[in-house]
Write a protein that binds this ligand. Structure first.
Ligand code: ADP
Length: 410
């Protein structure tokens, strides 16, 4: 139980950290791109400011002829495409690598072949007259390359981080769960010790009450009182037994012996024990679907599991009802089903029925002799066999419990 708690804590720890890491990585990448783009824009603006004074203007036509002669001797730190457009928007001059002959009136990012370019256009004025545009275009290959590198680095760190977090998470959860484990062990020891201490005086009371009842004549006034004492002591003895069994099932130090067993025979044996009880309540007990199956398990606890399920269907089904028990084997899995046409369970109670002392209808359950431990014991046995239990129920129509065990051929 605590092993699975540790793994669950570790899983949630790793899952949450992975989400935080992924969100941070995506956010970091977004910030990184924004920062790089704004740096490129700054460079483009600086370059426009540097080139603009060199633009000559003849007959209202801008040109960079003079500037181009000197610029070749002093190459730029980075290589933009420089384009001049006239006031009608026609490209009239181009320097540097070939660009896209489109005019934009502001800063824009466009797709050019297989890469993006950043375009900055700045209007050119001669006095008060608008004469055209000076436009710079810069390939964003470097930004894409840097972003790719960023993603690769984050992707490379991720598995290492995952392993580190997994180990740290497991150690951390073991430390965090340790006080809970200790108090659980103390509680279990207490339950087991108290159970042992209580069972002896209860048996003494029971034996003495039974002896007294046997000695009294049937019509004696004390006869009924003694019968009540005997019934109550019997319930108390059963309750103590159930609590001891639960603490034994959940104790990690006590391992029950599990052997391959004839599950069909085991289930049929329990069904036969219930036959008379079902007949006396005029409820049909159908065992036609109990087929041959073998599972590895502890026969005593498996008998208890079937008993508890049958006891419940008997308790919560009225005459003329029907209860069907089935065993089916597919080799890989063995399925046990116990279904009844009883009172059913409300959907909101379904997640709680396996809790200790939980009863949907306390007074009804108590009057039928139930203490709310039957299904907790079933669940503990199911867990000890690494099986799975499902329950389907409809109020007024009935309930089906399905248990899936691993088959012997898996
Ligand atoms: P109890 O000893 O009260 O039967 P259990 O742990 O066996 O306790 O069951 C818990 C509760 O689940 C019961 O009180 C009952 O309300 C409900 N329950 C269990 N089995 C059935 C069933 N076959 N049909 C209807 N209700 C059921």
């Amino acid at each position: 139980m605590f092993k699975s708690l540790r793994w669950r804590l570790t899983f949630w720890f790793v899952a949450l950290t992975t989400i935080v890491y992924s969100v941070s990585a995506l956010f970091g990448m977004w910030l990184f791109r924004i920062e790089m783009t704004s740096m490129i824009d700054e460079e483009l603006h600086a370059l426009v400011d540097e080139i603009r004074p060199a633009v000559a203007c003849e007959n209202n036509k801008p040109n960079l002829q003079e500037w181009a002669k000197t610029a070749r001797q002093e190459p730029f730190k980075f290589l933009p495409t420089i384009q001049l457009f006239n006031s009608d928007g026609h490209l009239i001059e181009q320097h540097g690598p070939s660009g896209v002959p489109i005019l934009f009136s502001s800063v824009k990012e466009v797709q050019a072949e297989d890469y993006h370019i950043r375009v900055l256009s700045s209007p050119l004025m001669q006095g008060k007259r608008f004469v055209g545009y000076l436009q710079l275009q810069l390939s964003l290959r470097n930004r894409e390359r840097a972003t790719k590198q960023f993603v690769v680095t984050m992707g490379f760190i991720f598995p290492l981080l995952l392993i580190g977090l997994g180990v740290a998470g497991y150690l951390f959860s073991a430390k965090a769960a340790s006080p809970v484990e200790k108090s659980f062990a103390v509680l279990q020891r207490f339950m087991s010790d108290a159970g042992h201490e209580l069972s002896t005086p209860i048996s003494i009371i029971q034996a003495n009450a039974e002896a007294m009842e046997a000695e009294l004549p049937d019509k004696h006034v004390e006869h009924n009182r003694l019968a009540v004492i005997i019934r109550s002591t019997e319930r108390m003895a059963n309750l103590v037994k159930d609590l001891m069994l639960l603490s034994k099932m959940e104790s990690p130090s006590i391992k029950s012996t599990k052997l391959p067993l004839d599950f069909e025979k085991l289930v049929r044996g329990v069904v036969e024990e219930f036959d008379e009880l079902f007949k006396s309540k005029s409820i049909i007990l159908n065992s036609e679907n109990i087929k041959p199956a073998t599972i590895v398990g502890d026969s005593e606890s498996l008998k208890r599991l079937v008993t508890n399920l049958l006891q419940n269907s008997l308790r919560y089904t009225e005459s003329p009802g029907r209860v069907a028990v089935g065993v089916r084997s597919t080799g890989r899995t063995v399925t046990l089903t116990v279904s009844d046409t009883g009172i059913g369970i409300q959907p909101e109670s379904l997640p709680l029925i396996f809790d200790r002392f939980y009863r949907v209808d306390t007074s009804r359950s108590r009057s039928q002799g139930g203490a709310g431990l039957g299904l907790s014991i079933v669940k503990a046995i199911v867990d000890a066999h690494k099986a799975r239990i499902d329950v389907l129920s409809k109020v007024g129509q009935g309930t089906t419990f399905t248990i899936l065990f691993k088959g012997t051929s898996s």
